[in-house]
Every structure is written in C-alpha cells, then in structure tokens.
Design a protein around this ligand. Structure first.
Ligand code: NCD
Length: 306
C-alpha cells in the first residue's frame, strides 16, 4: 500500500504516468465515470480549505465513488482530544482512501503509519503540499508543453508557503530549470530548501526582492499569498501582506508567453485586473487539480482501467 506525503514519493517516471493519466482523464472523462463505484474517500481537514478538499471530493465523485469527512478540527473528535493515530484507525473502517490536511508538520505521516488505507498529505503546516504540486506540474506541462528548461519565479511567502517547498523539490528533478526566488528578506526560502534541495541539486537559482527585476526573464511566475495563519504576530503580517501586488502595469514587463500560476486563495497579491490576461492560468489550474487528483486516486487504489 502506498501513501503520498511528498512529491518525491513518486519517481519522475511514476509522476509522468500520473500526469499522463490525468491528461487522458481530461480527454475522455466518460471512460472513468464509474471506475470507483463502491469506493469512498475520507477528507480529514483540520485546517481551512476550499479547493483542495472539494477537489478531492469532486475527483472521487467524478470516478463514480463517494466522499465523506470533516472540514474543521472543531467538528471532529480532535476537539475531544483524539489523536491523529486513533482517528485514522477509525476512518480506515469507513473509507478506502483518505486525504488529510493538518496544521502540524508531519501529522499525515503519523496517520499513514497507523492506517490500513492510503493516506494523502493534503497540506501539513508550512511543510509540504504534494497534490498542489501535482496540480502545478500538470498545469505547466499542459500549458507550456514541458517541465524542463524553464525559468520559474516563485514570489511571495517563500518561508511558510508549503506549495513552494513541494514545487521546488519536484522541479529540481528536471533538467535546465532555473529558479528566481522573489521575496522580502523576512519571508525568504527556508535554509533546508536553499541548501539541501537547491544547492544540492546544482540548479541555478537567485534570490531577489523586486518582482519587477525578475519578470522579464520568467517563463512561469508562481505567486503566493502571505500565510497569515503561520505568523507569530499580527503586526508582521500586516507589514508583509501587500509587499507584492501583480497588476497590469507589472505584467507589461513580462514576456508575452509567461504564465502566471497561483495555488489560490488569492488575497491582494494579484490584482483582479490581471484575471483577463491570457497569461493568467490560475483558474485553469484549479480544473487541472481535479484531473490530477482523479489520476492520483486511481494510482493509489491501483484501479485497473480496461
Ligand atoms: C494552498 C495551501 O493550502 O497551502 N492552498 C491550496 O491548497 N490551494 C495555498 C495557500 O493557502 O496559500
């Protein structure tokens, strides 16, 4: 039985197969409409979510299965003091697969150790968010045509942004990827990503503060929200929250084929006037997220498609 805690749990070849399957699902949804009949996904969300939880549930329903779960710690027995280990033992009796989001780094990993069903990390604190990464990779591959030989700018809260950490770990496995890390001093990428992932991989990367300086050379701009819930004090958050605002004027500095991605939710970091720019693919990205989660469910459940 396999779980998904980090994008590295799949080899590059396995990841390609998941993305290929997602492509096929996109093209032939009817072929997959009943393949998970009788199966259930449990979504155990101890932290807020709109996209990730609903897209897991939609993914299972699109496959003919059903979904159950909870959307906040306060509505689960966690509020009574139940451990993640006990919760997953119980949920293993109700469902065939589960997606867990938790504010504590490593909680889904603990769950996976006590589970008799596959566990998917749907975001653990400021650590990892592998299914957002699958979504991002599918979006880039589909809209750009490749995952290698690209210059990727990651902008915003690189310190607490788990989607950024997972995406970098996944992208260093492709050739010719150059990273431009755009953040204020206080929200720089954690040392373990800079040293153990970026430096160790030998990929070219630079850290800059001004988005304007980076824009002209980018193939992909990955914008992120300042992660309010991970700040220790409100003042720091208020000082940082509008540090970057991508607007029409800044988009003029970007190449005509640069793509703008964002895991969403957006707060102020992308002005709504950018939404109609053909380079803005962040809402398309949400749709890719459903296809790739369908592909992931099929892969982890080892469902045979005839
Ligand atoms: C992200 C997350 O939860 O880390 N959201 C998502 O799943 N699409 C990004 C964020 O909350 O900023």
């Amino acid at each position: 039985m396999r779980h998904l805690m980090s994008p590295l749990d799949f080899s590059v070849e396995e990841l390609d197969q998941v993305l290929d399957l997602a492509d096929d699902i996109k093209k032939n949804p009817e072929k997959y409409a009943h393949v998970c009949e009788g199966k259930k996904i449990a979504t155990l969300f101890y932290e807020p979510s709109t996209r990730t939880r609903l897209s897991f549930e939609a993914a299972m329903m699109n496959l003919g299965g059903k979904a159950l779960g909870f959307s906040s710690a306060s509505s689960s027995s966690a509020a009574k003091g139940e451990s993640v280990a006990d919760t997953i033992r119980v949920v293993s009796c109700f469902a065939d697969i589960c997606a867990m989001r938790h504010p504590k780094e490593g909680a889904p990993l603990v769950a996976s150790m006590h589970s008799s069903i596959p566990v998917i990390n749907a975001g653990d604190g400021g650590h990892q968010h592998p299914t957002q990464t699958l979504t991002d990779l599918l979006t880039i591959r589909s809209e750009k045509g490749r995952l290698d030989n690209i210059t990727v700018g990651l902008c915003g809260d690189l310190k607490f942004g788990r989607t950024v950490h997972s995406l970098i770990e996944a992208l260093v496995r492709y050739e010719g990827v150059k990273f431009v890390l755009i953040s204020p001093e206080e929200l720089r990428i954690p040392d373990y990503i800079r040293d153990d992932v970026l430096r160790a991989s030998g990929h070219e990367f630079e850290e800059v503060i001004r988005l304007e300086d980076a824009l002209p050379e980018l193939d992909i701009l990955y914008m992120t929200r300042v992660q309010k819930e991970r700040f220790f004090n409100e003042d720091d958050y208020v000082r940082m929250k509008d540090f970057y605002i991508l607007d029409k004027e800044k988009m003029r500095l970007a190449p005509s084929d640069m793509l703008v991605l964002h895991p969403l939710p957006r707060v102020n970091e992308i002005s709504t006037e950018v939404d109609s720019d053909p380079r803005a693919v962040y809402f398309k990205q949400v749709q890719y997220g459903v296809y790739v989660r369908m592909a992931l469910i099929l892969t982890l459940l080892e469902v045979d498609i005839c």
